[in-house]
Design a protein around this ligand. Structure first.
Ligand SMILES: Cc1ncc(COP(=O)(O)O)c(C=O)c1O
Length: 395
């Protein structure tokens, strides 16, 4: 990111301003596309990070093979933006969601949902394909990988028919508990092992698995280590894909990284991206300097994400270009910057904070200032919320 470009574009506006350096974002889209292609995978980015039609179109233009969505509102907005192949990676439970799934399926070329129970497919229309989620260690959704999953998938196939069973999905979200590169590699290895064991057993029982859907930004890594710029952290997943591709000709592997679009302090801490790769910054104004090592900015927990998972991350954001500063504490509209030594800040200064978590930071803002060629324009974070855009509850 070029913080000075974000500061210049945000100058006319009241802070806090969530701003994106589009050149940096584009470089990230390109790098991940290259990385995934080099592995022989397809990219289906998780668009919950940006919730933006502009970024969604940009990902497709770069070669993404459709998008992943977490909510129906995201899926609907991306469908409106012209994306015709969507994976809803969240069980669509309940009549209200099922009505929207049916409407979506009618206007998309391809729609799939992931589930981990047969109950969750009741009412899902016949033109929607199904992925079964296995738990690779995150312990959120997913059946226990391996033997336990086989009878469950048998029941699924009985319920929906073999032709609608697309394959297996897993999310190695426990990577966010990693303390070092070994922890990242081990989460990627759990992911590989979970899929591997389950695919082999299903195939032995005559159940074809057409697709494996995997990944997170940390377990993939933004850049190919062969290019020299990337940490080794993506290697576990990369090896998984090579193994799976070699022995399972015909299985498509799709990667669903989300955070790579913007990056954040957590991705940097896990070695998945560099601080220079971070495209999103929250521009904030110093409103007080009560002590030489303390300054207060106008961005608190209503402008900067407060959910930190990575145990080695301290505070709620880093200040771009000022390595000695940390957002140590937040209240709703105040962020407390603590400096090692003097903060060097005076009242009225503006700073660019790289948030700890880009996805939840973006979700706090109605629009993001996209900074391109020295100018900024407001891109609505249109897929925030859960209701259909037409319902009046989602604006
Ligand atoms: C199901 C699923 N897939 C993929 C991702 C993308 O992960 P990341 O933002 O770590 O790249 C997430 C993130 O929450 C997820 O929940």
């Amino acid at each position: 990111m070029r913080p000075e470009a974000l500061l210049a574009a945000a100058e006319p506006f009241t802070t806090p301003v969530a701003a994106v350096d589009v050149a940096t974002m584009d470089a990230n889209l390109f790098a991940m596309q290259q990385r995934v292609a080099a592995l022989g995978w397809r990219l289906r980015p998780h668009a919950k990070t940006h919730k933006s039609s502009f970024v969604a179109r940009r990902q497709i233009a770069q070669g993404a093979h459709g998008l992943t969505a977490a909510t129906l509102r995201e899926a609907e907005l991306f469908a409106d933006a012209g994306v015709d192949d969507i994976l809803l990676a969240h069980p669509p439970v309940g009549a209200a969601k099922l009505r929207r799934v049916a409407d979506l399926a009618a206007r998309l070329r391809r729609l799939a949902v992931s589930v981990d129970s047969v109950e969750a497919v009741a009412g899902v229309p016949a033109n929607v394909e199904i992925l079964w989620e296995v738990d690779s260690g995150h312990h959120r959704l997913g059946s226990v990988a391996g033997r336990t999953t086989v009878p469950a998938v048998h029941r699924l196939v009985e319920a929906v028919g073999i032709e609608r069973f697309r394959g297996l999905l897993t999310f190695p979200g426990h990577v966010y508990a990693a303390r070092d590169p070994a922890g990242v590699a081990s989460a990627a290895e759990h992911e590989r092992a979970a899929l591997r064991a389950t695919v082999d057993l299903l195939r032995a029982e005559g159940i074809p698995v057409r697709e494996l859907s995997l990944g997170s930004t940390p377990t993939i890594g933004l850049r190919d280590p062969a290019a020299g710029a990337a940490p080794e952290v993506g290697d576990g997943s990369a090896a998984a894909a090579r193994t799976a591709t070699a022995s399972d000709a015909g299985i498509v592997i799709e990667a669903r990284p989300g955070s790579y679009v913007y990056g954040d302090v957590q991705q940097v801490a896990l070695g998945a991206m560099s601080q220079d790769d971070c495209a999103l910054g929250v521009v904030a104004t110093v409103v007080a300097t009560p002590a030489v090592d303390r300054a207060v900015i106008d961005a608190g927990s209503k402008a900067l994400a407060a959910d930190v998972s990575v145990p080695t991350v301290q505070g709620y954001g880093r200040v771009a270009g000022r390595e000695n500063l940390l957002v140590q504490r937040m209240s709703e509209e105040h962020g407390v910057l603590i400096a090692q030594g003097s903060s060097g800040l005076t009242v009225g200064d503006r700073v660019v904070v790289i948030p700890v978590h880009c996805c939840t930071t973006v979700n706090l803002h109605p629009a993001v200032l996209m900074v391109e060629g020295g100018a900024g324009w407001w891109d609505p974070v249109a897929a925030r919320g859960w209701q259909a855009a037409t319902s009046g509850g989602g604006a």
